[in-house]
Design a protein around this ligand. Structure first.
Ligand code: URA
Length: 200
């Protein structure tokens, strides 16, 4: 499969069709639907989460459950609409009980994500939480340390890690220094960078 994804430049529709049939890891056995990803194929901003939750698994769409509502709120706070961005996850099938995806599951799914990134070719990747951030930046550092800073990915696209929206659902405080407070500041930085890119 690696060679199939990389040797031929598949269109996003062909890639989605391939992922829909995927049985490369055990997650295919328990999924209801593959959650490939969706959004603007010309997006300047691409969002990468961890993996589908229960509602996403049922609907076959990313971030449509409670975490998705929180994500919409974060984006809307700076006037970014869901229709403008492209959203996907590290793994395309739900890990049972919402556990974190296993290293092997992430590796099996990785060529799909890499192909999506290549096809969308965004200016900025908003990396949601520890799982995508550690994988993309090849680090064991945690999100608390990495969030809120732009990092170059392979010399091109910028990666900007933020807290995962599910984490914000667990910590309701908006006090200065709280995860919510920091996220609301972080997303402003992303908006500023997008606006600046548009005018330069
Ligand atoms: N959490 C994620 O990381 N991704 C989703 O699609 C939904 C919840």
């Amino acid at each position: 499969m690696d060679s199939l994804v990389s040797a031929t430049k598949l269109s996003i529709t062909q890639l989605a069709a391939q992922v829909n049939e995927c049985t490369l890891c055990q997650l295919h056995k328990t999924r209801t639907n593959v959650v490939f990803g969706e959004g603007n194929l010309n997006a300047a901003l691409m969002l990468i989460g961890e993996g589908p939750g229960e509602v996403e698994d049922q609907q076959g769409r990313p971030f449509v459950g409670p975490a998705g509502q929180k994500l919409d709120e974060i984006l809307a706070s700076v006037g970014i609409m869901r229709e403008e961005v492209y959203i996907t996850n590290v793994v395309k099938c739900r890990p049972p009980g919402n556990r974190a995806p296993l290293p092997e599951e992430m590796e099996r799914c990785r060529p799909y994500l890499e192909a999506q990134i290549a096809l969308i070719n965004p200016q900025i990747i908003l990396s949601l939480g520890n799982v995508p951030t550690r994988m993309l930046l090849e680090t064991n550092d945690g999100i608390t340390m990495l969030r809120g800073q732009f990092k170059r990915w392979r010399g091109g696209i910028e990666i900007f890690p933020i807290f995962h929206p599910s984490y914000l659902l667990r910590y309701q405080s908006r006090e200065k220094g709280s995860p919510k407070y920091l996220t609301w500041i972080d997303i402003q930085k992303v908006k500023e960078r997008l606006d600046r890119n548009r005018t330069t």
